[in-house]
Design a protein. Structure first.
Length: 175
């Protein structure tokens, strides 16, 4: 089973994905963009988004193990980031997004989550606009997703409930 968390900046993706991975004792995959940008002192250009996507895909494929996997972000994040900031997206990023397969997506709403200042974050006043882009894109992709809203505990309870339902319908937590 592969579960991913997506959504705008500072909407709780990392915190909730870590908590869910710990709850289910699942393999957790951090957001690759953060490490990449920290190594570049936060500086990047259009072509770096493609490099982040390719690196992320390669690292995750190499490290995946059997069992449940929890991902802090996926390629929809890179697609929306690129199109929002540069009004274009590399074909490889689009292809990676179109071909990724997850059992379920959790779309993290910024509502109820205060903006956390971070030198790598760029859009404190556009989180709702970005959320709407994520929502439209997930609908366009026709993937299974749940919107997570409310405080951290409400989000965690909802995610656990959904994952348990999916697990039961699939006969357990195996891949």
């Amino acid at each position: 089973m592969k579960i991913t968390f997506t959504g705008p900046e500072s909407s709780g993706k990392t915190s909730i994905s870590k908590a869910i991975a710990e709850h289910f004792e699942a393999q957790w995959f951090p957001e690759h963009a953060r490490e990449y940008l920290l190594n570049r002192d936060g500086k990047y250009e259009f072509h770096h988004i493609e490099q982040i996507a390719l690196n992320q895909d390669m690292i995750r494929q190499a490290e995946e193990k059997r069992g449940m996997k929890i991902y802090d972000t996926e390629n929809t994040v890179l697609y929306i980031w690129s199109t929002f900031k540069y009004q274009k997206c590399a074909e490889s990023v689009k292809s990676l997004m179109e071909n990724q397969r997850f059992s379920h997506y959790f779309l993290c709403s910024p509502e109820g989550i205060p903006w956390e200042e971070d030198p790598l974050r760029e859009n404190p006043n556009q989180r709702e606009e970005l959320f709407d882009l994520y929502l439209a894109e997930l609908k366009r992709q026709k993937v299974d997703f749940t919107i997570l809203e409310g405080d951290f505990e409400a989000r965690k309870e909802k995610a656990i409930e959904i994952i348990e339902e999916i697990s039961l319908s699939q006969g357990g937590f195996c891949v």
